[in-house]
Design a binder for this molecule. Structure first.
Ligand code: ZN
Ligand code: ZN
Ligand code: ZN
Length: 232
């Protein structure tokens, strides 16, 4: 990887010297810092990494430099849902896809040959020729999963999660509210919408239910076991 970086830096130096855009050593410092992180960095995180190395550059200069770096094919700019744009290395001929944790924002890379081949196969059955693709899988990372207590109020569940009702707190009033919605212990719910403020929208069997946060705080749930090989 280090050799890769040295080679890419030399390659980049040749290109910017050809362009005669000036500030070559500053630009190379930025690239050096960028190549030394294996993270998917935002502009702000790049600014912090530069400061950590004692470089105090104008953010606009750094942004322009990063974008030039992208234009020349040394980096990729990625926009993951709900996050500012991020830059990551682009090593020629090497492709990977991403898992994005919707809880902590962590981005993990993966590459699966079978999945890559399958995409080409599926496309070709429709006569489609793939030029590029990106696969982004959103979910909860292993760290967040292990930190989370097995029981939580429904109000804490994230959109897209499937949960099982384990318990109902708050006495007979809450229980009868739930019964009136047709919900019982052991029922499976799919969180359709939960923005942390207003009502939650949950799927229960074939019905979508709107539920106030008050009652959602009283319903204790746990994540539904995920069936491997189930296509969702
Ligand atoms: Zn891929
Ligand atoms: Zn996470
Ligand atoms: Zn990546």
């Amino acid at each position: 990887m280090i050799n890769d970086n040295d080679y890419e830096k030399a390659n980049f130096r040749a290109l910017i010297e050809d362009d005669e855009i000036g500030k070559v050593s500053e630009r190379l410092n930025i690239i050096e810092v960028f190549l030394n992180t294996e993270e998917h960095v935002t502009l702000e995180e790049m600014m912090q990494l530069l400061r950590d190395r004692g470089y105090d550059y104008d953010p606009e200069f750094v942004r322009q430099c990063m974008n030039r770096w992208v234009e020349h094919g040394f980096a990729q700019k990625k926009k993951f849902e709900g996050q500012p744009p991020r830059y990551e290395h682009r090593h020629l001929g090497k492709h990977h896809d991403h898992f994005i944790c919707t809880k902590c924002g962590k981005i993990e890379e993966f590459r699966n040959e079978e999945m890559e081949r399958l995409q080409i196969k599926v496309a070709s059955t429709q006569g489609f020729h793939i030029l590029q693709h990106k696969m982004e899988i959103y979910g909860i990372c292993s760290g967040c999963l292990s930190r989370r207590s097995p029981l939580m109020p429904l109000a804490m569940a994230k959109p897209g999660e499937n949960v099982v009702i384990k318990d109902i707190m708050g006495g007979s009033h809450a229980r009868s509210r739930l019964a009136s919605m047709g919900l019982r212990r052991g029922d499976l719910l799919e969180i359709i919408n939960n923005n942390g403020l207003g009502r939650l929208i949950v799927g229960h069997e074939a019905t979508r239910l709107a539920m106030g946060r008050g009652i959602a705080q009283k319903i204790m749930v746990s994540l539904a076991p995920q069936n491997e090989g189930e296509g969702r």
